[in-house]
Design a protein around this ligand. Structure first.
Ligand SMILES: NC(=O)c1ccc[n+]([C@@H]2O[C@H](COP(=O)([O-])OP(=O)(O)OC[C@H]3O[C@@H](n4cnc5c(N)ncnc54)[C@H](OP(=O)(O)O)[C@@H]3O)[C@@H](O)[C@H]2O)c1
Length: 312
């Protein structure tokens, strides 16, 4: 029988142990911090942000499964055993929910919904024309991977003019593709609404900074739904307060939960949500892990394996 170690904060344990138990008796599940276990007996790990050093101590670890799409919290452990395959969670429903979040905030901004909310609060009948047609509104997506591509397709189908930026050039019908550092400035200069869907790596950390904002056209709007580490929060507020950017929608933050004293909470041009754009469904993720283990034990290649050198 194989043994899987669940390494999550204690308040998450109950959410995950039920669905993992449903995998069946062929998988023995131990919980780090709750159960006694022999480090040499652990075959698999399911985790998101493990305490540093825990995974290194598992001498017979065969595969690490991330319970999220991003693996930055796992690779942040300097002692993470990089020879062990790391599988990230890729789920079409999760990607769809991420795309929904992005489409919603593009539409709230583009359709001036905040303006009409304020008018309603004042019982004022304020008819206003949309400043542009969708086809004249240029959306730019940083990261044209699983989620970025789906988001680009959804926005393209709503008639926005959509482009994406990635390391390698991508072929997505009706979406202009920019690739690499050399094309970032041109991509930014044509972007009215910027959506960050990059993985957090040493190359992308703090990419949303004053220099990048200065390269966006006046009145651009920013949506960060990837990781808080992508954004320099004071640079964003300065770019909005100077009038250069028109506002932002943020789902992820440098410190989570967002501290009560953060000025982001009350900024009139910033929408804050508590990292809820898409949350991995434990039943689906547990089945994904079971399928991955079965595949691995049949000697087949694992899917969605992360390249630790690239960081995603
Ligand atoms: N807020 C939430 O609730 C939530 C939920 C799920 C995921 N997320 C975040 O969303 C991120 C994206 O997920 P995904 O599944 O779409 O990832 P993915 O499929 O791995 O796609 C990553 C994209 O980013 C590009 N990229 C990576 N490094 C780059 C660099 N240095 N320069 C330019 N492009 C770069 C990749 O380029 P190539 O195509 O050339 O490889 C790829 O297009 C995750 O890492 C996670 O942090 C957030």
């Amino acid at each position: 029988m194989s043994t899987l170690l669940l390494v999550v904060p204690s308040h998450w344990t109950g959410v995950w142990t039920g669905p993992l138990a449903e995998i069946g008796p062929q998988l023995n599940v131990r919980v780090h911090g709750r159960d006694e276990y022999d480090a040499d007996d652990i075959d698999y790990v399911l985790t998101f942000r493990p305490p540093h050093g825990v995974l290194k101590s598992l001498s017979h670890l065969k595969v690490t499964f991330s319970l999220g799409a991003g693996v930055d919290g796992i690779l942040a452990d300097p002692e993470y055993p990089r020879q062990v395959p790391l599988v990230r969670f890729v789920d079409r429903t999760l990607s769809r929910e991420m795309a929904q979040y992005c489409v919603m905030h593009v539409l709230i901004h583009y359709r001036m919904q905040r303006f009409f909310d304020r008018a309603q609060a004042e019982r004022a009948w304020r008819q206003a024309l949309l400043p542009k047609r969708a086809q004249d509104t240029r959306v730019g997506i940083l990261g044209l991977g699983e989620i970025g591509t789906l988001t680009a397709e959804r926005l393209r189908d709503l008639h926005f003019t959509v482009a994406g930026w990635s390391r390698n050039r991508r072929n997505v019908s009706g979406v202009e593709s920019f690739a690499g550092e050399n094309e970032l400035s041109t991509f930014l200069a044509r972007t009215d609404i910027l959506i960050c869907l990059l993985p957090l790596t040493p190359d992308t950390r703090e990419i949303l900074n004053a220099d990048l904002f200065a390269q966006l056209p006046a009145d651009a709007f920013v949506i960060n739904v990837a990781r808080g580490g992508h954004l320099v929060e004071p640079d964003l507020m300065a770019a909005i307060d100077s009038g250069h950017l028109s506002g932002a929608a943020l789902d992820v933050f440098h410190t989570e939960p967002l501290p009560e004293g953060s000025p982001l909470w009350s900024h009139p041009k910033i929408t804050v949500t508590p990292h809820i754009a898409a949350i991995s469904e434990p039943r689906v993720a547990a089945q994904y892990v079971a399928d991955g283990i079965a595949r691995f034990e049949r000697g087949e290649a694992l899917e969605n394996v992360v390249d630790p050198a690239r960081g995603y």
